[in-house]
Design a protein around this ligand. Structure first.
Ligand code: SF4
Length: 322
């Protein structure tokens, strides 16, 4: 049914595909898995420029990752956000021992590996003839079939219906490229698209999929205090689900009384589900239930981006004094 479209896609991929991406044309399941997990919430350019190579330099193999501490893994993930991904990578590495599982079903049983990631690992590392279904591929399918809404089950059905079983590997790679270069979210380049003849959504692609109404992120106002004592700063390792395992300074809601502190400035940071606005204070005092670190030692800890902004205010303050 899609023979001509598949031929067009194969031709397009040969001439325009991003064949030089480091996780392409390799069969190392570990490296492919790391790239897939990083790319879930982050653009290719950022992953390539800042994260993929340093992570693999520190943890070149699955065994290296399994033997690392969670602190080391989080430190290497610092700045990528969505830290559950890093913790699950680590858990799966520890469970896997020698190598990642070889089938989609076994892959899905591992922490943090859903159907989409399992298919991507199986398709790219083991050349299993299964379609992939990341956010980019979903968008293409919505548009090709002119569907405004679909459940995951329906999307998988569309993915299988559209799949090129004769050239599964190139098909999947090409779909990823079309999704990130051509059928992009805001201004799809239909005239350059190998699906132009077939695509039912090309007359008004932005209708597909139907946009979700975005709720405004709630604002959380906090006071953050840097406790300073004998040339060390107090930090706590977060035990909460949010930012679990990362180190941070003491946070208080803004209605709580904060006395005898020196205001260093303010920071804002946007998380996926709220916006943080915090006043940052310096407090020369000892505090229990925290651990104390010098600036040199803090460099070794994994901090969230917001806590790095807090630390930056402190560094500005001391450099001003010097
Ligand atoms: S023709 Fe346009 S809308 Fe359809 S898949 Fe290609 S880029 Fe997307």
């Amino acid at each position: 049914m899609f023979k001509k479209v598949h031929n067009n896609l194969a031709l397009w991929y040969k001439e325009n595909g991003r064949h030089d991406l480091p996780w392409r044309n390799i069969d190392d399941a570990y490296k492919i898995w790391v790239s897939e997990v990083m790319l879930q919430q982050t653009q290719v350019k950022t992953v390539l420029e800042r994260f993929y190579f340093p992570f693999l330099e520190t943890f070149p193999t699955l065994q290296d990752l399994a033997l690392a501490s969670e602190d080391e893994v989080l430190k290497k993930w610092e700045g990528l956000g969505y830290y559950t991904r890093a913790r699950n990578l680590h858990k799966t590495a520890k469970l896997s021992k020698e190598s990642l599982p070889l089938t989609v079903t076994e892959l899905i049983s591992m922490p943090g590996i859903g159907q989409s990631t399992a298919h991507a690992i199986a398709a790219f590392a083991y050349k299993t003839p299964v379609p992939i279904l990341d956010a980019n591929v979903k968008r293409i399918l919505y548009r090709i079939f002119a569907v405004t809404k679909a459940s995951d089950k329906e999307l998988w059905k569309m993915a299988y219906a559209f799949f090129d079983e004769k050239r599964p590997y190139d098909f999947n790679q090409a779909m990823m490229d079309i999704g990130s270069i051509i059928c992009i979210s805001k201004i799809p380049k239909c005239q350059e698209c190998p699906f132009e003849d077939t695509c039912k959504g090309k007359y008004d692609p932005l209708l597909y999929p139907q946009k979700k109404i975005k709720k405004a992120r709630p604002l959380r106002k906090k006071n953050i205090i840097i406790h300073f004592y004998k040339n060390k700063l107090a930090l706590q390792q977060r035990q909460s689900r949010f930012l679990n395992g990362l180190w941070g300074f003491s946070e208080y809601n803004q209605h709580e009384d904060i006395n005898f502190t020196e205001l260093l400035g303010e920071i804002t940071h946007i998380y996926s589900h709220f916006k943080l606005h915090a006043r940052v204070h310096l407090y020369h005092s000892y505090i229990d239930e925290h651990q104390w670190y010098s600036l040199e030692e803090i460099k070794e800890l994994a901090l969230s981006t917001a806590d790095h902004k807090v630390l930056q205010l402190y560094l500005q303050k001391i450099s001003f004094k010097v």
